[in-house]
Design a protein around this ligand. Structure first.
Ligand code: PEP
Ligand code: MG
Length: 294
């Protein structure tokens, strides 16, 4: 039987066989936080590159703080995962595109942040200060090797110390990672320093299937069995750490059965995708099979 509206509004979304499932939202424009309703677990991905669109923004700690603070305050006691700038590849930053660094297309995400620490340090300070105003976690994009997390955490510690010397309120947020590089997914048990994992199937599919972002729509369906197998293996390697999925696959009901079978229980989707995913979950068992009578 379909879950009643009352069940959904209380946030108690369950599969047909009674396993609790969390639905969070992905937000790009920070104004999308308005879509956070009582039935939604929180923000599973805020893409900060939509708030920080130029080198000038990237250098502006107070502006970033104000944006992150507003989102956290509006989310109240619900958790918010803000992803650090994922620049490079398909995501430019105005003012940075002419630098020789970006002509090397593998320099993106966390690698770019570590190569341009002056950008990362400003964002780290804004996030450390914003963390006081809500339930913030920080997520790192395109992580490939464990030492990248260690280096970013050290950068956060250094900036926290500076804030302390300036007597500015701050709090160290949990730091987790996107799982969107195939080698990281295969080696997930070596990422002990990550506080949580979130699968990014857009990049995972692209890099796994030798595709491109532009061809993804055509290739995603064909590549899905390989992506699902990789995710299922990686979930086992996550060793019980909080694990979710925020790539576009999470918002497509066609893949829900496979994602449940892979062990995922937390889906972060664009606000518009929630109704379809909620109603699909109600008709499935936690192992991905169809509920009797469906
Ligand atoms: C992904 O790669 O699946 C993801 C969620 O990140 P983005 O789409 O921002 O690259
Ligand atoms: Mg990605």
């Amino acid at each position: 039987a379909p879950a009643s509206d009352a069940q959904i509004v209380s946030g108690e979304l369950r599969t047909a066989d009674g396993v609790p499932i969390l639905i969070s939202i992905n937000i790009n424009d920070p104004a999308e936080i308005d879509a956070l309703d009582p039935a939604t677990a929180g923000v599973g991905l805020m893409r900060s590159e939509f708030s920080v669109t130029s080198l000038a923004d990237a250098a502006n700690e107070e502006r970033q703080l104000a944006i992150y603070r507003r989102v956290l305050e509006q989310a109240g006691d619900k958790p918010v995962i803000i992803r650090m700038l994922d620049i490079g590849g398909d995501k430019p930053l105005a003012g940075l595109e002419d630098l020789p660094a970006l002509s090397n297309s593998s320099l993106r995400g966390i690698r770019l942040l570590l190569a341009r620490p002056e950008i990362a340090r400003v964002q780290a300070r804004a996030l450390l200060r914003a963390a006081v105003f809500g339930k913030l976690s920080v997520m790192l994009p395109m992580v490939t090797f464990p030492d990248e997390i260690d280096r970013m955490r050290e950068l956060f510690r250094e900036e926290a110390e500076k804030l302390g010397r300036r007597a500015l309120l701050h709090r160290m947020p949990p730091i987790g990672m996107m799982v969107e590089v195939p080698s990281a997914a295969l080696m997930l048990d070596t990422f002990g320093s990550a506080a949580f994992f979130s699968f990014g199937t857009n990049d995972l599919t692209q890099y796994l299937a030798a595709s491109t972002r532009d061809d993804l729509d055509a290739d995603a369906g064909k590549a899905a069995p390989a992506v699902l197998r990789l995710i299922a293996q990686a979930v086992k390697l996550a060793a019980g750490k909080p694990t979710s999925i925020c790539g576009d696959m999470a918002g497509d009901p066609r893949y829900l059965s496979g994602l449940l079978a892979a062990g995922l229980r937390h889906f972060s989707v664009a606000p518009a995708r929630r109704p379809a995913i909620r109603s699909a979950i109600i008709g499935l068992n936690a192992d991905g099979t169809k509920a009797a009578g469906e």
